[in-house]
Design a protein around this ligand. Structure first.
Ligand code: SF4
Length: 395
């Protein structure tokens, strides 16, 4: 099945994190169109490339070098193709190779396997990027092409991949004596992009029973709404959902009524920031929703759509520049010559050559301090000078 043709069931594995927490969301989402983004299309293209590379590595006879090259050349015609995809998909392939080489026996490998999860989720199925089975271990490996650290996906108790593991277990349990489950997510565009987790078969089956009970509610549109930043982030009903609206109004406008000191404490600062994050996102979703309504000719009381500030552009730049030079304006005034940024050069040259030619000329300047959630992997920093550093300066 082509990556872009992957169907979306009412209870999709990729949306499981949402409908497992907020069971009525699945039926509510049905009322809104399933749109795709440029980033999703780019991810699909990278997935196709990754799949071909893994296929070429494990099934060299059926999918040899010539087929791989032809496949890559076809992908290169896509307007979203970027040469950097070659390097990122190599990271994914290298990870699978390293896992496979570390095994005692060569694993059974299947790529882009459509797994039937209907035993746990009515009419449910999903497509696992790569499944390795060796000894009594089933390993599901997933490729994700997102580049935002906020979008980092963790393998631990990941519902989507746990569902794929359940589907794979059902498909192979007759042939293999599976006892251990491993899940890996490779997100090569993130600096710390590999996330791994494991559980026993018994734990996975317990999850399966939990999913079954939730799916029964979700399919009927029953259960409790559970608004929250992660749950609502990609929900198609996010701009219209009453539960989310009420929750955000509560978060934004219902301060503690007790007599409190005039200044908020650091503890409250943290709490308000946490609460406010989804309020800001919710307001932006409301704006998108209202703008779409106004543009469709619907009335949203108190609001209207207008043309944004446009910017001036040349109708014919070559002619304009000729006229300017004819009138004595020097070319040097009209053009500026500036180097590409380090990241742009790395993109043009390719990661490998960049590292070989100028890797030793790169130093890492410290980034501007940024406020992130405590769960972020980066170590915390402060402005406080440590005794060790102060002593160093005195020498
Ligand atoms: S917007 Fe949030 S609360 Fe509302 S249905 Fe979707 S996930 Fe549930």
């Amino acid at each position: 099945m082509g990556h872009e043709e992957r169907s979306h069931a009412l209870l999709s594995a990729s949306g499981a994190h949402r409908w497992l927490s907020c069971t009525p969301s699945a039926r509510l989402e049905e009322q809104f169109p399933d749109t795709t983004s440029e980033a999703a299309k780019e991810g699909t293209l990278a997935h196709e490339l990754a799949e071909m590379k893994v296929r070429n590595h494990f099934y060299t006879t059926a999918f040899g070098k010539r087929k791989l090259t032809a496949g890559i050349n076809a992908l290169k015609k896509n307007e979203l193709w970027r040469d950097e995809m070659m390097g990122y998909t190599d990271i994914y392939l290298d990870y699978i190779k390293s896992v496979s080489l570390a095994l005692k026996n060569p694993p059974y490998v299947t790529i882009e396997k459509q797994v039937d999860i209907s035993k746990y989720v009515p009419e449910g199925f999903g497509t696992a990027d790569c499944i390795l089975i060796s000894g009594n271990t089933l390993h599901v490996i997933d490729f994700k092409y997102g580049k935002s650290p906020d979008g980092r996906v963790e393998a631990e108790e990941n519902p989507q991949l746990s569902l794929y593991a359940l589907g794979a277990y059902e498909a192979y349990k007759v042939l293999y004596h599976i006892e251990e489950i491993k899940i890996s997510i490779v997100q090569p565009r993130l600096s710390d992009g590999i996330s791994e987790w494991g559980c026993t078969l018994e734990e996975l089956l317990t999850f399966g029973r939990y999913v079954y009970a939730k799916a029964e509610l979700a399919i009927k549109g029953e259960g409790e709404f559970a608004p929250g930043p992660k749950t609502c982030k990609y929900c198609r009903a996010r701009g219209r959902c009453r539960a989310r609206a009420e929750e955000n109004v509560r978060l934004a406008f219902s301060p503690d009524k007790d007599k409190l000191p005039p200044l908020i404490s650091n503890e409250q600062l943290g709490v308000y920031l946490n609460q406010g994050m989804d309020v800001a996102k919710w307001l932006s979703d409301l704006q998108d929703c209202a703008l779409a309504e106004c543009l469709a000719g619907q009335e949203v009381p108190g609001w209207k759509a207008v043309e944004g500030r446009g910017s001036r552009v040349w109708s014919d730049m070559d002619e304009a520049f000729s006229k300017l030079t004819e009138n004595g304006i020097s070319e040097t005034v009209l053009w500026e010559r500036k180097p590409l940024t380090l990241a742009q050069i790395e993109k043009v040259v390719g990661k490998k050559d960049f590292e070989t030619f100028v890797g030793d000329k790169v130093v890492k300047a410290p980034g501007k301090p940024a406020l992130v959630k405590e769960s972020d992997k980066r170590p915390a920093i402060t402005n406080i000078v440590s005794a060790k550093d102060a002593f160093k300066e005195d020498i």
